[in-house]
Design a binder for this molecule. Structure first.
Ligand code: OKP
Ligand code: ZN
Length: 344
């Protein structure tokens, strides 16, 4: 399997985030992608390609154009207002406030286009976000042109980003972009299988009233885990999209015995949908030693996930999402991919 990777992710560095009442160095850091890339090499997964540059048309097929145009303006506006470091919003137009009038000040604009304070913007963020988008689209083209599978080594991740909001380390929803791109290239139906520990609220929101893109999420129950405000089992899609969004929330402490039952059920729903291609939002923060997560998967479980996905027999694009146990992130993420290759 080929990997698409860009070194430009590394400019999204030195971020700060708010967790447990303290501002701390961001968990979503450059070493994550570098360790995965090193493991792709040492496991001889396949060649590593640089992304082709893309315009932002494909991003604007799933995100509101004004949101996409806002992203590259953030850091210049932040610097012009005399600040440095991480641009982070601190106020949001929630219930009782107006979310339809774009304020003029960058601090307020950040809140207007975010659902939390978890997507800090530093000097190199836009270049990294754009490279992550290019990586996803370049890998999607490999699959469209006949590869059975490809790995988009995206960083930053994307699945929390919605039509007009960032959050949870995410800016552009790479998985949503490529699923829509497959549709625009002629696929009739596309499935997104999101196995990251956190619910992919952005992906769900973007496709919630669609029947041409099936969205399946396996994740920690939002009753007790981030992103809290979406991801319950009763969210099934709306309008013509009803029945095409599937959530499998699971409790803290879930290990592979329980998790894999949900995966099997998800796979049966995916087969019944009969998509032309699938996108896997591959997060490995389900790992037992993940510093911000509460599932109990082991390194030996990740190849089993890949083998199970391979058995679906579909053109498959793996898009990297989360995973914060940096020491093992390469073993775990590439474990899914080598498991897939064994299962083909
Ligand atoms: C991104 B992905 C506050 C922590 C919230 C946000 C986690 C974003 C995860 N206690 N952190 O889904 O891996
Ligand atoms: Zn996650």
């Amino acid at each position: 399997m080929k990997t698409v990777y860009s070194p430009l992710h590394a400019g999204h560095a030195g971020t700060m985030e708010l967790i447990s009442g303290a501002i701390v160095p961001g968990f979503e850091k450059p070493s994550r992608a570098e360790i995965i890339r090193a493991r792709v090499e040492s496991e001889k997964l396949g060649s590593i390609l640089a992304p082709e540059p893309h315009d932002l048309v494909a991003a604007k097929r799933v995100h509101r154009p004004d949101y996409v145009d806002f992203l590259p303006t953030v850091y210049p506006a932040w610097e012009a207002s005399g600040r440095s470091g991480s641009a982070i919003p601190f106020t949001w137009p929630t219930r009782g406030l107006r979310g339809d009038v774009l304020p003029k000040t960058i601090d307020a604009q950040l809140g207007f286009y975010a659902f939390d304070g978890g997507a800090p913007v530093v000097k190199g963020t836009w270049e990294a976000v754009k490279s992550s988008y290019d990586v996803a689209l370049t890998a999607a083209a490999l699959v469209k042109n006949g590869e059975r599978a490809a790995f988009a080594l995206c960083r930053p991740p994307g699945h929390h980003a919605g039509d007009a909001f960032m959050g949870g380390y995410c800016y552009i929803n790479n998985a949503a972009v490529v699923a829509q791109w497959y549709r625009d290239q002629g696929a009739s139906r596309v499935s997104i299988l999101d196995v990251d520990y956190h619910h992919g609220n952005g992906t769900q929101q973007i496709f919630y009233s669609r029947n041409d893109i099936q969205v399946i999420n396996l994740h920690a129950d939002p009753a007790t885990e981030y992103p809290f405000f979406l991801g319950h089992a009763d969210e099934k899609g709306e309008g013509v999209g009803e029945g095409f969004n599937l959530n499998y929330p699971m409790p803290f402490g879930t290990a592979f015995d329980t998790w894999s039952v949900a995966l099997d059920d998800a796979c049966s729903k995916l087969i019944a949908y009969a998509p032309d291609a699938m996108v896997v939002s591959v997060g490995v923060d389900t790992f037992e030693k993940d510093p911000i997560s509460e599932f109990r998967l082991t390194s030996a479980d990740y190849p089993k996930i890949g083998r199970r996905i391979a058995r679906l027999g579909l053109p498959t694009l793996f898009v990297m999402e989360g995973g914060y146990a940096v020491e093992e992130i390469g073993v775990n993420a590439v474990g899914v991919l080598t498991g897939f290759e064994e299962g083909v």
